[in-house]
Design a binder for this molecule. Structure first.
Ligand code: 13P
Length: 379
């Protein structure tokens, strides 16, 4: 009943049964020290990962790799949901088993990346807008039928104080796009994961990242409210607050915990059941240690857990190397990493899972665009 009460000022309310379903799914995704495996790399992005281990980016290799991840026995103890790329949602493994069935066997909820990637906002210095709203409602219906119960949409802001970035325009675009996506998903029974990623490119300090993250999150939650998004049926996927990768002073994990929690407390309503962090190029070990520091500062009003891509998969990919005989070994690596992150959600991770491999930075520098010359025109 509380849900409906909170929702009564919106002219066209979500039906009560949908609101209840969304709230139940959102809660399940962040319960019991579990987190999300972001395995939703687009065909283009997975190519980069496969290039690193010298595997050809074929549909068969992609299916084999996702089969490796989802077929790891016991992974459901640490992972509540898995975000898939569209191809994977409808894909089968070599034995003919739909990959979503492997997730169901582990009690893992399938989710789906619904954005269609980034484009430059015209007349900005390469700031980005996320595509994918056209036809989204119809796609959501298909995804729900195929078993998906939650969705992800990634918007991106960059920090460059000297150039005034992120501009208000970029922040507004991020917030508005995420809110539009979230309402469409909720209308179609998918829990929206709202991901405003502030990239770690640059030499800014942690204080600058905190200020920008605070501003962006405040705008995002204002937009979610304006659009009537049911917070109880949504999750936030933010960056942790860190210094830029080129900053000369590296903050301690305690600082990352402090600034991240302070930023969330200032901006995220407690009605939201959980925050699932992206790893954003941190090493596997850093992502686990920092999540631990964040949770050591609890209790918090929301579950604070993980939705890692690179920080759950980098060592797994290396251990696999595209070879069938390595599948079991790679699954063990995945289980270790997932367990480390689960412990971190309780503030109980002591470090050391995965050895030196887990310490390698996973940061991918944004490619610098060639400078264009603009001709001033007066109309
Ligand atoms: P990373 O954890 O590699 O940042 O990826 C998470 C994700 O889903 C980005 O959209």
């Amino acid at each position: 009943m509380a849900l409906i009460g909170a929702y009564k000022n919106v002219p066209c309310k979500l039906p009560a049964d949908i609101a209840e379903e969304l709230a139940t799914t959102a809660k399940k995704l962040v319960e019991n020290g579990k987190g999300i495996l972001a395995a939703d790399e687009s065909t283009q992005t997975i190519k980069k990962r496969f290039d690193n281990i010298k595997i050809e980016n074929t549909i068969e290799h992609r299916a084999a790799y996702r089969d490796l991840l989802f077929g790891a026995k016991g992974i459901g103890k640490f992972i509540s949901g898995a975000i898939l790329f569209e191809e994977t949602l409808f894909q089968k493994n070599e034995a003919g088993t739909p990959l979503v069935n492997l997730l169901h066997n582990e009690g893992i909820i399938p989710g789906i990346k619904v954005d269609k990637g980034l484009v430059t906002i015209p007349r900005t210095d390469d700031e980005k807008s996320t595509q994918g709203l056209d036809g989204l409602a119809e796609r959501c219906k298909e995804y729900y039928k195929a078993g998906a119960r939650f969705a992800k949409w990634r918007a991106v802001c960059v920090i460059d104080p000297a150039k005034g970035k992120p501009t208000d325009l970029s922040i507004m675009e991020t917030a508005w796009g995420l809110a539009r996506y979230a309402t469409i998903c909720q209308q179609n029974k998918l829990v929206p994961i709202v991901e405003p990623e502030i990239l770690a490119d640059g030499d800014h300090t942690i204080e600058v990242c905190a200020a920008v993250t605070e501003k962006v999150l405040a705008c995002v939650f204002k937009a979610l409210n304006d659009h009537g998004v049911l917070l109880e049926g949504a999750l936030l996927k933010p960056n942790m607050v860190t210094a830029g990768y080129e900053c000369s002073t590296k903050p301690s994990t305690h600082d990352v915990g402090f600034f991240t929690v302070r930023t969330l407390k200032r901006t995220v309503p407690p009605a939201l059941p959980g925050v699932v962090f992206l790893s954003g190029g941190q090493s596997e070990e850093e992502a686990s240690i920092n999540l631990n520091s964040i949770n050591l500062l609890g209790p918090h009003p929301w579950a604070l857990t993980f939705s890692y891509g690179r920080a759950l998969q980098a060592s797994v990919l290396n251990a696999w190397g595209g070879k069938k005989e390595n599948v079991q070994k790679a699954r063990e690596v995945l289980l270790k990493r997932a367990e480390a992150n689960s412990l971190a959600t309780f503030g109980k991770y002591k470090g050391g899972a995965g050895g030196t491999d887990a310490g390698a930075s996973l940061f991918e520098k944004k490619k610098k665009k060639k400078k264009k010359t603009y001709v001033m025109m007066i109309f």
